[in-house]
Design a binder for this molecule. Structure first.
Ligand SMILES: [Fe+2]
Length: 324
């Protein structure tokens, strides 16, 4: 029996290899967080991360697929869970919705795109790419896989909140890139309404045909849409989440508990014709500034940034020394 083996990928896989032949320094100076970039590659460039055999192998692990991790999307509408799942028992013994693969197959035959969310650790190759991106540019990474069919567009024009690196695995996909609707969006209802995305998409700036081995970088906030014109397509998106200034606020809150100015009740708005409140707000602003300048705050933020990516430490059996 011919069983495709899970290839192992050495820990040395780097961001430079991922975006080659694009120069890393030039990428960070002229592209990163500024503009989309298409990087054509050899057809087998990302074959180590995904193939039809690996995809079938992943789907065969039926216990890991729920309506949360596997979605079906047909002509811009996400199928309801009851259309392709059944009430089963999860690996933890609790009742859970599991994917009914016969009904999923029927939906796929009608043209539904398969979206597998959060695939970070499901093949050694995807894991290696996530780790490379977690080191540089850095931050949290979420890998999603899309398997789509000719003539059916799964998603309307939209932007993603994080920077996205797209790797084309199989087939061709046409991407249309529009303007940047908003700078540095975050996952908040203010930025999630795709009707607003469409209003702000602007004019078409590029139409790109992604072929196997190609990579496409799209900074957060840039509107885009993708469609398969013939055959089948597999691509994987790696969406980045960086720490932002907003992530400093919980630190300030924690530090404020130990600060008398911050703990003091605010003056009544009418006290001294409002001047008392104004002065206190200025004192608070000063204290926040001082807090962020404390060496301990800087060390704490740096530690948070180090810990921010998903943990990637694995295990090597029978022992971690590599001896067998
Ligand atoms: Fe997207």
């Amino acid at each position: 029996m011919d069983i495709p083996a899970f290839q192992t990928v050495g820990g040395g896989f780097s961001f430079a290899e991922l975006i080659a032949p694009q120069d890393v320094t030039a990428f960070f100076e002229g592209v990163h967080r500024k503009r989309p970039l298409h990087i054509p590659g050899n057809a087998d460039k990302f074959a180590f991360s995904m193939s039809w055999e690996l995809l079938d192998g992943m789907l065969d692990q039926s216990a890991i697929w729920t309506p949360h991790t596997l979605q079906l999307v047909l002509n811009k509408v996400t199928l309801r869970p009851e259309q392709y799942t059944y009430q089963g028992v999860g690996r933890d013994g609790r009742p859970t919705l599991l994917v009914d693969f016969a009904r999923m197959r029927a939906a796929v035959d009608r043209g539904s795109t398969i979206l597998l969310s959060d695939c970070n650790t499901l093949t050694p190759g995807i894991k290696a790419i996530c780790e490379a991106l977690g080191r540089e540019p850095g931050g949290k990474v979420q890998a999603n896989l899309y398997c789509s069919w000719a003539g059916h567009q799964a998603f309307d024009v939209h932007y993603d909140v994080g920077d996205v690196f797209v790797t084309q695995i199989h087939g061709e996909k046409i991407w249309r890139i529009y303007q940047q609707a908003v700078k540095d969006p975050v996952r908040h209802p203010l930025f999630m309404d795709t009707n607003v995305h469409r209003e702000k998409m602007g004019v078409l700036s590029a139409e790109i045909v992604m072929r196997p081995g190609d990579m496409l970088y799209i900074p957060g906030g840039f509107c885009h849409e993708a469609m398969t014109e013939h055959g089948a397509s597999i691509h994987i998106t790696y969406e980045m989440k960086a720490m932002t200034g907003m992530d400093v606020i919980p630190l300030l809150l924690e530090r404020a508990v130990r600060d008398e100015v911050m703990r003091a009740p605010l003056p009544h708005p009418s006290a001294r014709d409002g001047k008392a409140l104004e002065e206190q707000l200025m004192r608070i602003a000063g204290r926040m500034r001082e807090m962020l300048r404390e060496p301990a705050a800087r060390a704490y933020i740096e530690a948070q940034m180090r810990d921010f990516p998903h943990p990637t430490q694995g295990i090597k059996l029978p022992d971690d020394s590599g001896k067998s």
